[in-house]
Design a protein around this ligand. Structure first.
Ligand SMILES: [Zn+2]
Length: 148
């Protein structure tokens, strides 16, 4: 048996949660604005509304900070050190729709190799598909930036 009071209690909880979420996103936006004023030269501002929604997680560091910074990383395949440029990060997260918690893992050379390997695996390595593999790889060129 469900008392009417219990229902409104639940509704109240939902309202509280939603208000809390709104406060949190306002706070994040304010903090991001504040941080952008302190952003170092060469950094690129984040446009949080362009990001893929990621409910259930805390905002990634660049969102809380409010700007992208060139990011040094080590390639998981060959171990080479690389720099993921701030402008490329903005493109990846805000234009290409990359997951907010994805990050650079492979250098350009290993990314190209990995892309080719995947394309070949998809096509079963058949000779007759060489042309479409190449076309596919070129098409995908700009859409698998950090994850390879
Ligand atoms: Zn590499």
């Amino acid at each position: 048996m469900r008392a009417p009071g219990k229902r409104s209690g639940k509704q109240r909880r939902v309202a509280i949660l939603s208000a809390r979420r709104q406060r949190k996103s306002r706070r994040l936006a304010r903090a991001a604005l504040e941080n952008q004023r302190l952003a170092p030269v060469g950094s690129v501002p984040v446009a949080p509304q362009q990001l893929l929604a990621d409910a259930g997680h805390d905002a990634p560091e660049f969102v809380r900070r409010g700007y992208y910074l060139d990011l040094a990383f080590r390639c998981v395949d060959c171990g080479a050190e690389g720099i993921w440029l701030a402008a490329r990060q903005k493109w990846w997260y805000e234009v290409a729709g990359g997951h907010p918690f994805s990050t650079a893992r492979r250098c350009a050379a290993c990314r190209a190799r990995e892309r080719q390997r995947k394309a070949l695996a998809r096509q079963g390595g058949r000779q007759s598909c060489t042309i479409s593999i190449t076309a596919n790889a070129a098409e995908k060129e700009n859409h698998d930036e950090p994850m390879g």
